[in-house]
Design a protein around this ligand. Sequence first.
Ligand code: GDP
Ligand code: MG
Length: 370
Amino acid sequence: TDTLTVSELAEKLNKDTAEIIKKLMFLGVMATKNQDLDKDSIELICEEYGVTAEQVVEVDEIDLDNFKTEEKAEDLIERPAVVTIMGHVDHGKTTLLDSIRDTKVTEGEAGGITQHIGAYQVEDNGKKVTFLDTPGHAAFTSMRSRGAQVTDIAILVVAADDGVMPQTVEAINHAKAAEVPIIVAVNKMDKEGANPDRVMQELTEHELIPEDWGGDTIFVQLSAIKREGIDDLLEMILLVSEVEELKANPNSNANGTVIEAQLDKGRGSVATLLVQNGTLHVGDAIVVGNTYGRVRAMVNDLGRRVQAAGPSTPVEITGLNEVPAAGDQFVVFSNEKQARQVGEARQQKQIEEKRTDKAKVSLDDLFEQI
Ligand code: GDP
Ligand code: MG
């Protein structure tokens, strides 16, 4: 790209947007922060700070966002919702994830056991839903801190015998910050002392008000352990998905986010990717975070080898040079050479950043000692 907005330029130069606006004013250019700057203005500002425009734009050129396909509305079709289960410890998140999987994935399909790849898909009434089963709030905290937004709907699990607890509130705040709709799953309804009214009452203090009480939050009562209420929950997830109008173009180069990744003795770098747009294919040239490669093999959540993975599908891939981090973005390139160039440039930049971070840390340490 050769244009940047004022605030993008400020970010690249590591300066305040207001400062850039002021400088532009002195140069006779009246601009607001979201205004696109022409090449000349960018060059003038860069000169003021003693950097060349190429240096600034070069950094921009390895930003993976620039390589995502821009989609036209008419190419977009419905895609499955990506759901994260959150809530206080011991309120039943893991049990719920297990019971959804066991209820909805038929024996024959899973071959009994489903392998763990960090996410799985189930089908209900012919529609798919993707569940992230990364432990705890990882899907929100670590991924969102890296700027990745993977979740479309948050299920807030609250034990009916325990009510709203600190991590319940934390989960609400994460979901709200991400502007993700929340469905409340009031769990452990089988237990003596289960008090769903109290849960509803307590949640009104956090602006989660049931529909019956004039609000717009969906509450589902269930028992994860007895597998009661699972169908109701799935029905509500599909309802919310429809309202959200989640869409993607399955006919594009894929992009998405790393759910988890590790080094495997036999297979090398193994990464679970969530495809968010497009379709990922075996053989694709791909940049993932600061690493790159060619998709050598793909395995789905049922442990089966697949050749392609469409929008909202989690898939485990091999073929990367190194192990990426959860929350890293990935983008497929039509041109393998370009993928290698961008991948190498990103790797190089990361090495340099680490070096400057280190230098900075040791200088700080030095001053601290003085
Ligand atoms: P997590 O920490 O949120 O993942 O909670 P777990 O799924 O590990 O559940 C914590 C405990 O609550 C376990 O002993 C579960 O067996 C139990 N539990 C989970 N769901 C239910 C339920 O619906 N009813 C009852 N009675 N116990 C449950
Ligand atoms: Mg758990």
